[in-house]
Design a protein around this ligand. Structure first.
Ligand code: NAP
Length: 340
């Protein structure tokens, strides 16, 4: 049986900036406040951001904006800017700003890498998770405006407070989640199943429901759900996690139907084996057991998944990558892997 693994994170912003997107890191962040407030509705910039980011987004910096759009695959917008520099080129806020992206579960793994990636390509990011200190470390690696907020997606009050503090939202990355244990059904721990359901599915529901109006109002909203191969392929010991991720898959399918006709896209990413803290959490801190999950193969990194998410949210507004299964080359199905 193969289960999804985990990694000790190395999410160097310079790695992203230099290798993946080639965009200068440009922002230092004051993490003294639980959340940094946005100011300037016309620009969408955060008030605590230093001059670098403002410079990168000033109206007279069009070439930088065009470069950024080209780097992020938004050549279609860069082209439009060339033909008519005065025209608004994106429904995602002001020229040069790709809008506000909210990332749940951004304190480690895929969420952290995604927050850094989206910041690097030009989004203002709002990041949430329970471990604020870890969020602060992630924020330091975000080159653009970032707001940090403690968030427990299983808690209605926490989500309501989080949602209320977000003035606008163009992209929502529902990433918070994970698995607990590999007990067979015969000895299943009900509390673990409830937590998995509450975090993966109901957390996604709470955040999406809370931000749906803002996503619609943005004129080009995008809901991305980090599901899993475990939501479409099932395995012994996986039932609780399988059920939670399968439910997330159903959620995406239905939300896409219910929002058709609105300026909203719904995309689900289904990663296979990714080396994050996932398996350490799953095995209750047992690092050796977690390491064994991806021993002898090359799993995906959190950055690989972040790359895909960055690609998905930077397609032209009429293009929706609805469901994407992302596997390492060494993995063919949830259970069939090649190990040396
Ligand atoms: P990870 O490193 O353990 O990250 C999980 C993130 O979720 C952490 O930031 C954690 O933050 C957050 N989280 C957990 N419970 C939360 C809660 N109640 N409220 C808010 N945030 C919460 O694992 P990962 O691999 O990056 O997992 C991210 C997503 O990818 C999950 O949905 C997972 O199911 C999915 N996935 C992972 C793999 C894999 O192989 N790693 C494969 C497919 C899908 P705090 O603990 O600080 O709250």
């Amino acid at each position: 049986m193969d289960i999804e693994p985990i990694e000790e994170l190395d999410l160097g912003g310079s790695q992203l900036g230099a290798c993946r997107f080639d965009v200068e890191p440009s922002c230092s962040v004051d993490l003294g406040e639980p959340i940094q407030q946005q100011s300037g509705a016309s620009t969408g910039h955060f008030s605590t951001i230093d001059s670098h980011t403002t410079v990168a987004r000033a109206p007279d910096q069009t070439p930088v904006d065009q470069m950024l759009l080209a780097f992020t695959g938004r050549a279609w917008e860069a082209e439009e800017m060339t033909q008519n520099p005065a025209a608004p080129t994106t429904p995602l806020g002001s020229v040069g700003s790709l809008g506000t992206a909210v990332v749940s579960g951004a304190s480690s793994g895929i969420g952290a890498a995604t927050a850094i990636a989206l910041s690097t390509i030009g989004f203002d990011v709002v990041i949430g998770a329970r471990r604020v200190e870890r969020l602060s470390e992630v924020a330091k690696q975000c080159p653009g405006p970032v707001a940090v907020h403690q968030l427990d997606v299983t808690d209605d009050g926490s989500v309501n407070h989080f949602v209320a503090s977000i003035p606008e939202c163009h992209v929502l990355i529902n990433n918070a989640g994970g698995a607990l244990g590999v007990d067979p059904i015969a000895t299943a721990d009900i509390a673990k199943w409830q937590t998995m359901y509450d975090t993966n599915l109901l957390g996604t529901l709470r955040l999406t429901k809370g931000l749906l109006d803002k996503l619609t109002d943005s004129g080009n909203g995008h809901v991305v759900v980090v599901g899993s191969i475990a939501g479409i392929e099932f395995y012994r010991g996986g039932a609780g996690y399988n059920a939670a991720k399968a439910a997330q898959h159903s959620f995406c399918e239905v939300l896409r139907q219910e929002t058709v006709g609105l300026p909203i896209r719904v995309s689900e990413v289904q990663p296979g084996l990714v080396e994050t803290e996932f398996s350490v959490v799953r095995f209750d801190g047992d690092q050796d057991r977690a390491d064994a999950v991806y021993e002898g193969l090359t799993p995906l990194s959190a950055l690989d998944v972040a790359d895909l998410i960055a690609f998905i949210v930077t397609r032209p507004p009429h293009v929706n990558l609805a469901t994407t299964l992302l596997l390492p080359r060494d993995q063919a199905t949830v259970a069939v892997t090649h190990r040396s």
